[in-house]
Design a binder for this molecule. Sequence first.
Ligand code: AMP
Ligand code: MG
Length: 411
Amino acid sequence: MVDCCSVPGLVPLESAMAQLFEMVKSQQQEQTVNLEDALGRILAQDQISTLDIPPKDNSAMDGFALKFSQGATGQKLNMVAKVFAGHPLTQIINNGECVRIMTGGQIPEGCDAVIMQENTSAEANIITINQTVQLGENIRSQGEDIKAGQSVLKAGRRLTSADIGLLASLGKQQICVYKKITAALISTGDELKKPGQELAAGQFYESNAFTVSAVLKRLDVEVIDFGIVPDDLAQLTDVFTQADQQADVVITSGGVSVGEADYTKIVLEKLGKIDFWKLAIKPGKPFAFGHLPNSYFFGLPGNPVSAMVTLHQLAVPLLRKIAGETAKLPLRLNAVTTQKIRKRPGRTDFQRGVYEVDATGQLKVSLNGAQGSGILSSMSGANCYIILQQERATVEVGEQVTIEPFDELLC
Ligand code: AMP
Ligand code: MG
């Protein structure tokens, strides 16, 4: 393990992430849930189809099923039966015959094409072909979507709405997923109160436990809020010990910046093995990570925007891995900035922006107001991060910048 405290200067985000990613293990605990309850859960096993989808050749149109060899323009055919979806025919179709068929109806034996109703004319049961048919025309063939034995979804995938439908079409009623992981949230600081409590002089309402909890709930992490713990050695030791016993991950905010809030540091160093990182990012420089006896520990900075940036950029990818999810790259796009954005080289900036597509189809982005690390309204009104790479200096109007939309980040 790299001792980051002894590394002079700041650690680039990518290298911190690569190291931290190696330090966490994916959980192995499985449970079975009903398909209806599987949205957003993480598959614990590959899903193999036991069926062909569609199960048999069927019609993509309302029309007439026939033999392709009998389907030249001007041919007259005798309609001998009707096929509705869910009611296959047992009779075999011969030369000179055709069958009225509805969308989804199973193609009768002997037929290998369907002509659209609009390309025929009918007089009683005699159907005239008005446009020569092609072999296989308007037929959805057996197994064209999925073949029996095919691996359809891989373990580690977080199930989407479409996945749930896909699994239903395979006849899967119960799904083996990883158990939800549990995170304990702790806010530290004498100055903090929860909404609903009276504020004394010098106090204000804490917000980090609320933003973190909201993101974690959308990530399907169970949250236990241990509330606000004052800057007090005994109380911090007591709460950290309880949190470690009850959760897979303990997440704190505040008290990880160097030179203050020493209690958190003392307690953590007594209870576990924690590294205090100084990251080359803005906002969000201090970040703590480590192991308590039973759990992982993430220490987010106290400033509300810094807490969210480190949550999104470090804690969430790590939590996804711990929960058993396969890693995927974040969606990042290029946009043209409509504004000059001041920056000094040395740290990667995560500024809060608003992107939109202009009338010409160009993706454009502007800053969402003042960018201080305590200004939470800059996050609330934004719809993306504007990511300015470490070595980049001030960006002029019209330059390309990288953006990361918030939807992807569970904002
Ligand atoms: P700290 O790292 O504890 O010095 O906190 C840095 C700044 O963030 C201070 O201004 C704290 O008051 C503030 N802060 C710490 N925790 C929270 C919280 N849970 N919600 C809102 N602000 C906080
Ligand atoms: Mg503090």
